[in-house]
Every structure is written in structure tokens, then in C-alpha cells.
Design a protein around this ligand. Structure first.
Ligand SMILES: [Zn+2]
Length: 533
């Protein structure tokens, strides 16, 4: 079976040996993908797990196809919110920040993440010199100036709002009353970049997905961009954060500092080979983010890069929010589900699968434990788990665990299944390129559905009975059917790797013959007991 590969044109050959796919060598593309860096005033919640898992899938998928990948995540330490959280707990700020940053980094194992780099902005030696260099570059461009400023400031957002942006005089994100703040600050000449930014986004040179977010940014820019404050007084920052170069009474605005992480982590400070390799000379520089921070990433950050004379990101991929039991995720409201606890209770594969299979490309998704259980039992235990178990069991029952060597062409009954296997790589690649995880997982799932349909249609147990009665045609047909099914299971192991790396490894182990012999069938995905009300 030859699969015509995804958009890069690679092709793969499926075998029943230990290596399912032999990739045709081709020049490796480069792919740099980042998540946002969250404040560490609290432990991670499920909403951020979504972003991490999405970035992980993109990174794994690219690696699987031989690309060079760098996947960065980290924490935004230099926020006033962290100072306030530390005060509330009676801890030194650095101690609270370190403790919570460690909790974010530790998501690596339970969520099966494959990030290559983790930047903690208060500690990483690459960060502060990079932010300072960036500041000086914008100063040299003539884009920074001092001005008296009065504004309505939300501490939760670390952002000034105009009265028109508030909802009933309250922050639209936090529903709290912003503070009126007057001080002399540094400003960034954002207004200068209005036309250039509009053109870059409108022409697709800076791609924003989905289109609804792109249009939102374009209309925000068209409404007119105002210069924004990029520092605060040392006092209001409680002495926490990166001082403004040559003006130690001011601290760099936390968003300016945080956005810089995408290049400081590549050692922008020294314009090192890493920075050139992954940013300047790399055709794919991808940021993943939630819709709440779109303006920072699609307007402020690109303008800052233009000012500093550096390349922009190429892709901005925007997800919506998760709600939990119909409520916005909030620590104070007790709706912040801890992804680590969720994984401890249900396992990595069910949590990843729910996030990837159920969260739509546009629109908020509501998480409930019942939905997680239902999805796990239906997809992983019933459809996928039973399929693998059935195929391996039949191979043992009818062929002593030894995949037949027959080379007969599958009959037309197998057409839908082989078509699903052939189409999956292209469909997955196209969906992931469009930042559509539901469609990508659906393409994988078509193989599962077609394989189960094929089993029901061909009824291998009938063929086995006819074979016992001496039909040589039944022997040939059973050989072929078992091989078609085993190849489909092997294709599933391959295509599930970016989405469910743990499950994919289990399936590959079940479906890979060693010295011509398959291992004994093992149930892979136990059903989760439904909760009693
Ligand atoms: Zn707010």
C-alpha cells in the first residue's frame, strides 16, 4: 500500500514488518511552534492544557514527517499578578513563581508533551538581556518616548482599557472594576505601524487562523491604533520585573517582557546561530494562543518586531476557551480543573483525546467529567480498543498469531477501508495546517469505523468455518482479510502518534510481529465505570 503523503508530497510504504513506513528522504523543513506563557499566580488549569496539547500535536506531526521542530513553552513570571498572589500567600515572589513554574513544567509527563525548551522569564539567563536588546532596538528606531498617562488599568489583565472597551465600567475578562492610574510612562509608537500591519495581515503574509480572528484583528487595526504604555513605575510594579534600560525608576511592561520570550529563548540577545536558524531563516514561525490575548500577539507583537527590524511570526493560531460544567474556568469559582488530577484519575489518552476530538475550531467547548467518560468509552474502549483486540485475537485464533504471507489483492469489500487508510495522511496534514484538530482526528477515526464495518461485513468467523470445511477459496479470503485488518491497525498506530503517543505505542506493540509472530492480545483501553448520580 502506498500512501501519497501530506502537502509536502512525501510518500510512505506500509509493510507488515516492524517498520510500517519508509519515508522517501527529502529536505527537512523547519517548524518553530510556541504556546503563550501563562502567569504563574496559580497552578495550571485545563484551559492551558488544551493549548499545550494542541501545540504538541503540531510538533509531533511535523517531527513524524521528518521536519526539524522546536517546540517552546514556559512561564510569564514578571507579572504584578504573581507579586499579589505571593503577598496573599505570605511568600517571597520568587518562591511562589518558582513553585508554580515547576508545576507547569511538570505537565510534561502527565500530558505526554514533547516540548524542547521551557523558558521561565524571571530566571532564564537568555531572557533579560534579550528583552533589553529588544528595547534598545526600538529606541534606536525612534519608537519609544515618555509621556504622562492616565488610564483605566485591570491588574488581572495587566492592561489599560478605554471606557468603550469596558462592560458596565468593568473589565470584560474579569468583571472587576479597573483602577484609574496616572503616571509618567514609556510609550511605544504603535500608530506608526497601522498601515503596514493591516497590509501584512490582509495579504496573508502574517496568517491568522481561524478567519473570524483574522477579521477581528483587521477591524481593530482599521479602527485606528493608538500608542500604548510599555512601562510602569518601579513602585507600582513593587520592584518586580525588568528595569527599563537607562531608566531604573521604570519597569518594562509585563506584556512587552513576556512577548519577547518567543525570541529571547532562541538567544536573540546574542543573535546566535539558534536565533538565525529558528527565527530569521525559518519559513514557519508559529504562535498558538487563546482568543483573549489575540491583540497582543497579532497587533502589538508584530509591530514591536517591525520596529526592532526583526521578522514577524508567520502563523498565529487562535483557540477559543473551555468552560467547565457550563462555567468560565476560574480559580475563585472552583471551576479550575487540574489537568494533573484529571490524568491521575482517567489517564493521559482520555484527556488528550477529549481535548482534541471535542473542542471545535471556533466556539467555546464545555468540559464535563461525564463527557470525558462517554468519549473515552465510546471511542477508545469500544471502537478502537475492541478493533485492535479483535484483529490480534483473530490472527491468533485462525493463524496462530502469524500474519499470512499471501499477496492476494483485497476484494472490493475492503475498498472503503483501504481508501480511508490512503486518504488519512493528506486529510490529517490539511486539517492540522488549518488548525482543525477535530477534522484531523475524524480522518483517523474513519479508519477505525471502516475497519469495524469491514469486520462485520466480511465476517472472518464464517470464512474460518468454511475453511475448516475444506474451502481453499475461504483460506485465501481469510488470509487477505486478516492482512487488510492488520495493516489498518498498523496505520492507526502510525496516524495516532501525534494525537495519542502513548496509545499509539501500545497499538504498535500489539500489531508488530516479532520473528513473524504477533504478541498475545491484550486489552488496551479499559472502560471507565460511569458515575452513579
Ligand atoms: Zn481584566
Amino acid at each position: 500500500m502506498t500512501f501519497r503523503g501530506p502537502s509536502n508530497g512525501a510518500s510512505f510504504h506500509v509493510q507488515s514488518g516492524p517498520r510500517f513506513f519508509q519515508e522517501v528522504p527529502m529536505p527537512a523543513a523547519r517548524f518553530y511552534v510556541t504556546t503563550t506563557i501563562p502567569y504563574v499566580n496559580a497552578r495550571p488549569h485545563l484551559g492551558f492544557a488544551l493549548e499545550l496539547v494542541q501545540a504538541d500535536v503540531l510538533a509531533r506531526h511535523r517531527r513524524q514527517h521528518g521536519d526539524q521542530v522546536r517546540f517552546l513553552t514556559g512561564t510569564d513570571d514578571n507579572s504584578l499578578k504573581n507579586v499579589l498572589a505571593a503577598e496573599a500567600e505570605g511568600l517571597p515572589t520568587q518562591e511562589l513563581v518558582d513553585r508554580n513554574a515547576a508545576a507547569f513544567q511538570a505537565l510534561h509527563q502527565p500530558l505526554a508533551l514533547s516540548f524542547d525548551d521551557f523558558i521561565q522569564t524571571s530566571r532564564d539567563p537568555r531572557h533579560r538581556p534579550g528583552v533589553e536588546r529588544f528595547w534598545r532596538a526600538c529606541t534606536a528606531a525612534g519608537d519609544l518616548y515618555r509621556k504622562h498617562y492616565q488610564g483605566l488599568y485591570c491588574v488581572g489583565c495587566e492592561q489599560f482599557y478605554t471606557p468603550a472597551e469596558l462592560r458596565d465600567d468593568r473589565c470584560p475578562e474579569h468583571d472587576t472594576q479597573p483602577q484609574l492610574i496616572t503616571e509618567q510612562n514609556w510609550f511605544f509608537r504603535l500608530s506608526r505601524y497601522q498601515d503596514q500591519l493591516h497590509h501584512l495581515i490582509d495579504s496573508g503574509q502574517l496568517r491568522i487562523e481561524p478567519a473570524v480572528r483574522r477579521n477581528e484583528v483587521l477591524s481593530f487595526i482599521s479602527a485606528g491604533l493608538e500608542d500604548f504604555s510599555i512601562s510602569r513605575s518601579h513602585t507600582r510594579a513593587r520592584g518586580w520585573g525588568i528595569p527599563v534600560p537607562d531608566d531604573p525608576d521604570q519597569v518594562i511592561y509585563v506584556w512587552w517582557d513576556a512577548l519577547g520570550n518567543y525570541i529571547t529563548a532562541l538567544d536573540y540577545a546574542n543573535h546566535s546561530p539558534d536565533y538565525r536558524h529558528w527565527w530569521v531563516d525559518n519559513p514557519r514561525r508559529v504562535h498558538l494562543l487563546g482568543k483573549g490575548v489575540l491583540r497582543f500577539h497579532a497587533v502589538y507583537w508584530p509591530a514591536m518586531l517591525l520596529s526592532a527590524g526583526q521578522p514577524l511570526p508567520t502563523d498565529i493560531l487562535v483557540h477559543d476557551y473551555l468552560t467547565v460544567d457550563g462555567n468560565k474556568i476560574s480559580k475563585s469559582a472552583g471551576t479550575a480543573i487540574d489537568p494533573v488530577e484529571l490524568v491521575a484519575q482517567f489517564g493521559t489518552d482520555p484527556v488528550r483525546w477529549w481535548l482534541l476530538r471535542e473542542v471545535p475550531r471556533v466556539g467555546d467547548a464545555d468540559f464535563t467529567i461525564d463527557k470525558l467518560i462517554a468519549r473515552t468509552n465510546r471511542d477508545l474502549a469500544d471502537d478502537l480498543g475492541n478493533l485492535i483486540n479483535r484483529v490480534v485475537s483473530m490472527m491468533h485464533r485462525y493463524r496462530h498469531g502469524r500474519p499470512p504471507t499471501s499477496t492476494a489483492q483485497p476484494t472490493t469489500d475492503a475498498h472503503q477501508l483501504t481508501a480511508a487508510c490512503q486518504q488519512a495522511p493528506g486529510l490529517i496534514a490539511a486539517a492540522l495546517d488549518a488548525f482543525d484538530f477535530r477534522t484531523a482526528t475524524a480522518a483517523v477515526w474513519t479508519i477505525v469505523e471502516e475497519a469495524n464495518r469491514y469486520v462485520e461485513h466480511i465476517r472472518p468467523w464464517h470464512l474460518a468455518r468454511a475453511e475448516r470445511d475444506g474451502s481453499t477459496q475461504a483460506t485465501a479470503e481469510l488470509d487477505t482479510a486478516l492482512n487488510v485488518l492488520l495493516r489498518a491497525c498498523q496505520a492507526l498506530a502510525e496516524h495516532l502518534r501525534p494525537f495519542l503517543p502513548n496509545a499509539a505505542a501500545l497499538i504498535a506493540a500489539q500489531c508488530t510481529p516479532s520473528a513473524g509472530q504477533l504478541p498475545s492480545p491484550q486489552p488496551l483501553f479499559p472502560k471507565i465505570a460511569t458515575r452513579t448520580p
